[in-house]
Write a protein that binds this ligand. Structure first.
Ligand SMILES: [Zn+2]
Length: 256
């Protein structure tokens, strides 16, 4: 059974710092393959305390969409956990080049623990066991950031991580299940910011018409507005199923 589990749903600084939501990222399981995406602060603890428990030593890979702390805080300890302290050399680390080279977030001594490191580049296909995915165009974000299209069956899954809205964005993601990192309820004035707002989500969804939209990675303005209420309103407005992720929420990818 393939699934995606939202280990954490916090986004941006304040929700993460105060842990108003957990900041663990997501666990994706397809066939026999397990991939962890964006292990933010607390990922290891949340995996081990999750019910049923998620055991990082069965992971086949860990992926960073980008190196910001809320996505990468536990990357090192998760590599240790995946490789059982380095005693079992295994797994693949996927990360943009700038997460490994300039001001890197992955410690050098851990890099030899994994089987291989694959650099994420834009518009490129990757495969790890039963999981096939491609990156889209580089996002408009202060650090190198890539969104992902997973070729899962029967429904494809797309993950749109942090970005400033840009006109081609909706055309890059074709998943029937569309996961969007939406930090803000409203844009800040006319100033474009580096994160998506609910207004941007409307623009994207109207164009892509997925089967299911999952909102996650909430910043303070969304937490205050209660994400499940925002999701309900969006669903009525768009005529498409919209869910606000909660910490620990699991979606069975075959039964959407
Ligand atoms: Zn970011």
């Amino acid at each position: 059974m393939s699934f995606i589990k939202f280990v954490g749903t916090a986004g941006a600084r304040f929700v993460v710092m105060k842990q108003l939501r957990a900041s663990g990222g997501v666990w994706l399981s397809v066939g026999k393959t397990n991939l962890y995406i964006d292990p933010g602060p607390g990922a290891l603890v949340r995996c081990l305390s999750s019910k049923p428990r998620l055991d990082p030593s069965i992971l086949d890979g860990i992926l960073l969409t980008h190196k910001h702390l809320d996505h990468s805080g536990d990357i090192n300890v998760m590599i240790e956990a995946m490789t059982e302290g380095g005693f079992k050399k295994r797994g693949v680390l996927f990360a943009p080049r700038d997460a490994l080279e300039e001001d890197p977030v992955v410690l050098n001594y851990l890099r030899g623990y994994v089987d291989r490191i694959e650099i994420l580049k834009e518009s490129t296909d990757y495969r790890i066991g039963d999981i096939r995915f491609s990156t889209a165009k580089r996002h408009w974000h202060r650090v190198e950031t890539y969104g992902l299209n997973f070729e899962t069956e029967p429904y494809r899954v797309s993950l749109i991580p942090d970005t400033r809205f840009f006109p081609e964005l909706p055309d890059l993601y074709h998943g029937e299940i569309l996961i969007i990192h939406v930090v803000r309820l409203k844009p800040i004035g006319d100033d474009p910011i580096d994160h998506l707002s609910i207004e941007d989500v409307k623009t994207i969804v109207k164009k892509t018409r997925p089967k299911l939209v999952v909102l996650t990675h909430f910043g303070m303005t969304l937490i205050k507005a209660k994400p499940w209420i925002v999701a309900d309103e969006l669903e009525k407005d768009l005529g498409i199923r919209v869910i606000a992720a909660s910490d620990g929420m699991k979606i069975d990818l075959e039964e959407v």
